[in-house]
Design a protein around this ligand. Structure first.
Ligand code: PXG
Length: 464
């Protein structure tokens, strides 16, 4: 139980952590000097650390705790399921009630003919599944040369070899021999950073048309699928111009390219609908899910697959799966999470209460001297920090220097607001209350003020 933290001083925990725990996406040498922040408990939207600080978690963990922390119902369901059937696999012609019920529920929630679920333990695994499934689909259709998957620079699709290759994070590709062959990256629709003098709408259209250009260059007979997040999350909450997605859908239809919507962040209410695909009005053939599926209470992900693709895959054995595909405890927890989302009308709260208010408050930050752009879709938002709003300039300092300073101020002010380069991002629990949004904005403002003062002092307000 968590009592360990009540009996050990923070420094001891930090020393043990530094001695034995390798953190993901972290310079562990540097962290060992500094000591990791120890989180001990959480309730609603608030984390408590080992020093007793109460921190507003405007990232919902890692974009996942959609229903907020501290819901006993999920703990009770997990305990019950562990006693009844803690584990059984779904490989050798067996199944169990939690996997059946969850697949059926997901099929009911998902739009169109997305009626089939292949379970995984995470979003990364689900995207590995997708890569293999779409290639296998085309092979079964007699077109094995259709194996290239087109993705986007600055996309995040996970951290396994296949999902990291699908992603467009150059810092990841520099390590460990990625990307694997037959993955092609086009540019992202990031107007603020890359749009120059073009209007957002013209820029969005031009970026979508890069897909068509790539298909024509690579050959229609070579391209299996296009994968993208409806709204790029880890890339910095990059909201595409309205012109972008309709054009992408047109191109996928025209060239018979499967569309994979990575809904790992956007899914389960984050954008205000059940799925981001509904918010941007696209018809994917496959959706990747994880995170909000269980609100992070248990590790589970999956692929929601169209009837067409699933029926072709069903004609033979698909030699793929995970020990924990459809894990009964994870599935039971996810089901309880979906029950809460539905019965407590969390999407209604987002649509009618939280998102409109958050949008108004978030956009009010535009009056701050550092904030050049404020974007928000549902409950995921970003601001671009800039030394010059008119020219949309980047800072002269290395990308991320200023964002990091701002993030450190946020942490000092008991607010988890992340930075991606010099964009600050939020993705709070969907159940956040209006007074908590006020607190979020107040702390963000204080942190921006402190960041600004520091940049002035250090001469960092220079444009690149
Ligand atoms: N797709 C998307 C769109 C994601 O955001 C994954 C796939 C992979 O899911 P798993 O469950 O394998 O982590 C993600 C995960 C960040 C950050 O820095 C974001 C994620 C993971 C780790 C860090 O914002 N998203």
């Amino acid at each position: 139980m968590s009592t360990i933290t009540n009996h050990m001083p923070t420094e001891e925990l930090q020393a043990l952590d530094a001695a034995h725990h390798m953190h993901p996406f972290t310079c562990n040498g540097e962290l060992a000097q500094k000591g990791a922040r120890v989180i001990t408990r959480a309730d609603g939207v608030t984390l408590t650390d080992s020093e007793g600080n109460q921190i507003l978690d405007a990232m919902a963990g890692l974009w996942c705790v959609n229903i907020g922390y501290g819901r006993d119902e999920l703990a009770d369901v997990a305990a019950r399921q562990m006693r009844e059937l803690p584990y059984y696999n779904t490989f050798f012609q067996t199944t169990h009630r939690p996997a059946i019920e969850l697949a059926q529920k997901i099929a009911e929630l998902a739009p169109g003919d997305l009626n089939n679920v292949f379970f995984a333990g995470s979003g990364s695994e689900a995207n590995d599944t997708n890569l293999r499934m779409v290639r296998h689909y085309w092979a079964l259709k007699g077109k094995p040369s259709k194996s290239i998957i087109i993705s986007r620079k600055n996309a995040y699709h996970g951290s396994t070899v296949a999902s990291g290759s699908l992603g467009g994070m150059s810092a990841m590709h520099e390590q460990g021999g990625m990307p694997i062959p037959d993955i092609h990256h086009i540019n992202q629709p990031n107007w603020w950073a890359e749009g120059g003098d073009t209007s957002p709408e013209a820029f969005g259209l031009a970026k979508a048309q890069e897909l068509e250009k790539a298909i024509l260059e690579l050959g229609e007979d070579r391209v299996a699928a296009f994968i993208a997040e409806p709204v790029q999350g880890a890339g910095g909450v990059i909201v595409p111009p309205d012109s972008y997605w309709p054009e992408i859908q047109r191109i996928c239809d025209k060239y018979e390219i499967l569309l994979i919507a990575d809904e790992v962040i956007c899914g389960f209410g984050r954008t205000g609908e059940w799925f981001g695909s509904q918010t941007v009005n696209i018809r994917p053939d496959i959706m990747t899910i994880a995170k909000g599926l269980s609100s992070g209470y248990s590790p589970i992900g999956g692929s929601i697959v169209s009837d067409e693709v699933a029926s072709v895959i069903a004609t033979g054995e698909f030699n793929h799966g995970y020990t924990y595909s459809g894990h009964p405890v994870a599935a039971a927890v996810a089901l309880e999470n979906l029950r809460i989302l539905e019965e407590e009308d969390v999407l209604g709260h987002v649509q009618n209460v939280a998102a409109p208010y958050l949008k108004e408050q978030w956009e009010s930050l535009l009056d701050h001297p550092l904030v050049g752009e404020a974007k928000i879709v549902g409950m995921m938002g970003s601001i671009a920090l800039t030394p010059n709003k008119e020219t949309r300039a980047a800072f002269a300092a290395d990308a991320g220097t200023v964002g990091y300073i701002c993030r450190e101020r946020c942490f000092a002010n008991n607010l988890v607001m992340r930075h991606v380069g010099d964009r600050m991002i939020i993705s709070p629990p969907l159940v956040i209350k209006l007074e908590e949004i006020d607190l979020l904005i107040a702390r963000a403002r204080t942190s921006l003020d402190e960041c600004y003062a520091r940049l002035k002092e250090d001469g960092l307000l220079q444009s690149a």
